[in-house]
Design a protein around this ligand. Structure first.
Ligand code: XUL
Ligand code: CO
Length: 457
């Protein structure tokens, strides 16, 4: 049945008999080698997990996580082509045996890579059955194995989530579906996954509203649908509290794809939604930069906005292609973009209980098994280099100082009143009568950009 052939290497960094040799790349654990040759891509030149930068280890600043769906369920198929990524351990059936074998390989892969977290959708790890009861039984079996492998490897669950978008039943949405029957199915699915999150010690739980949107306004009652989503989230909060699941609830904004318009368009839309429905004490945001650029913003925009409103919970660390308008889910390999993200993370004192989850897939042309490892190593090293740069920018305080100075007029008597919301129009008018016309203040964009560039070697 299976084309699985164990690799011939004997090295294992896990100490667990079940994991030995399952991921067929002959390496115990990706080492830190700051002086490695440029061509040695199976080592970190910048990521030294236990090195302390600004009071925390690199590992603690970044909290890297491997996502199961792309890395272990990705096939390389696209709308124009068949799968290209045939993995030696995966017989491409929906059997439980295949699911279990795949999971063992995943934990060996993560151990070799040296990440401490993983993430998954319910349907990534266990096949769907004929009924919800059967589906839940499959899931329970896989959760038992995941729990065992988590204990053996020390790898923890950053977050789990529900796939409420792939099955045909969800073609008109899940919580926003016009059919109550589908709404109820989605609720039952989330109920089960909150229980799974509790069992596996998930530090967060994510909602990505893949089909919570519309294709045409002609058939859509938008107010009814958004109200339904809010009720769905209230039920999730109630159930989470009832069973004592302590993970942070997160919403992941995305403007479109697969629907033409998604209600969780971008960070500010989600923040307004949470505040409108009184959900902002129970939810934070999981920001994915490729979704941010899809919404027409720059790479770090939503990370900045969510953090500014103290609602940045976690990051699905990836990137798009700046010359395309799609969600390409590429590995984040741009040091400058990553440094802008890490500066925000430093400024807010860390991401915990969130992390940097690699919601990324290797290109369908990157067909070697070793590409799975190289892609993660490259992205982790990109973020490690970015953290080092961001720490220098923060420690120097030059750009922060310039920005602060730009707003210094607000520390005057009137400015302080404006900031605390007690100033009046009459006072502002008096201020102008006394001080005359304002002079121009240069925004100095090019000066900021020039200084920023000097931190990148
Ligand atoms: C889709 C996406 C999802 C969520 C989890 O664009 O980002 O993988 O992260 O459902
Ligand atoms: Co994502």
């Amino acid at each position: 049945m299976s084309s699985f052939a164990p690799a011939s290497n004997s090295a294992s960094g896990t100490g667990s008999a079940e994991l030995v040799n399952t991921f067929p790349v002959d390496i115990a654990k990706v080492p830190y080698k700051p002086d490695a040759a440029i061509t040695d891509v199976l080592c970190f030149r910048y990521y030294n997990e236990s090195e302390v930068i600004m009071g925390k280890t690199m590992q603690d600043w970044m909290r890297f996580s491997v996502c199961y769906w792309h890395t272990f369920r990705g096939t390389g198929a696209d709308p124009f082509g068949f799968p290209t990524l045939q993995r030696p351990w995966d017989d491409q059936t929906d059997s439980m045996e295949n699911a279990e074998r795949r999971m063992r390989v995943a934990f060996d892969f993560m151990s070799k890579l040296g990440v401490k977290y993983w993430s998954f959708h319910d349907r990534d790890i266990a096949p769907e059955g004929a009924t919800l009861q059967e589906t839940n039984k499959n899931l329970d079996r896989m959760v038992e194995l995941a729990s065992e492998l988590q204990q053996k490897t020390g790898i923890k669950l950053l977050w789990n989530t529900c796939n409420l978008f792939a099955h045909p039943r969800y073609c008109n949405g899940a919580a926003s579906n016009p059919d109550l029957h589908v709404f109820a199915y989605a609720a039952a699915q989330v109920k089960k996954s909150l229980e799974v999150g509790k069992k596996l010690g998930a530090e967060n739980f994510v909602f990505w509203g893949g089909r919570e949107g519309y294709h045409t306004l002609l058939n859509t009652d938008v107010r009814a649908e958004v109200d339904q989503i809010a009720s769905f989230f209230k039920m999730a909060i109630e159930y989470k509290n009832k069973i004592g699941f302590t993970g942070q609830l997160l919403i992941e904004p995305k403007p479109k794809e697969p629907t033409k318009h998604q209600y969780d368009y971008d960070a500010m839309t989600v923040i307004a939604f949470l505040k409108t429905y009184g959900l902002d004490k129970d939810f934070k945001l999981n920001i994915e930069p490729n979704h941010t650029t899809l919404a027409g913003h720059c790479h770090e925009h939503d990370v900045v906005m969510a953090s500014a409103f103290e609602l940045l919970g976690s990051i699905d660390s990836n990137t798009g292609s700046p010359d395309l308008g799609w969600d390409t889910d590429q590995f984040p390999m741009d040091v400058k973009n990553a440094a802008m993200i890490m500066k925000v993370v430093l400024d807010q004192g860390g991401l915990a209980p969130g992390g940097l989850n690699f919601d990324c897939k290797v290109r369908r042309e990157s067909t070697d098994v070793v590409d799975m490892l190289i892609s993660h190593v490259g992205a982790m090293d990109c973020f490690a280099k970015a953290l080092r740069v961001a720490a220098k920018i923060k420690e120097g305080g030059i750009l922060d100082g310039m920005k602060k100075e730009r707003y210094s007029s607000f520390s005057s008597e009137l400015g302080a009143k404006v900031k605390s919301g007690i100033a009046t129009f009459e006072e502002c008018e008096q201020f102008i009568f006394q001080n005359g016309n304002p002079s121009k203040l240069s925004g100095q964009q090019e000066k900021y950009e020039t200084i920023l560039n000097r931190y990148f070697l």
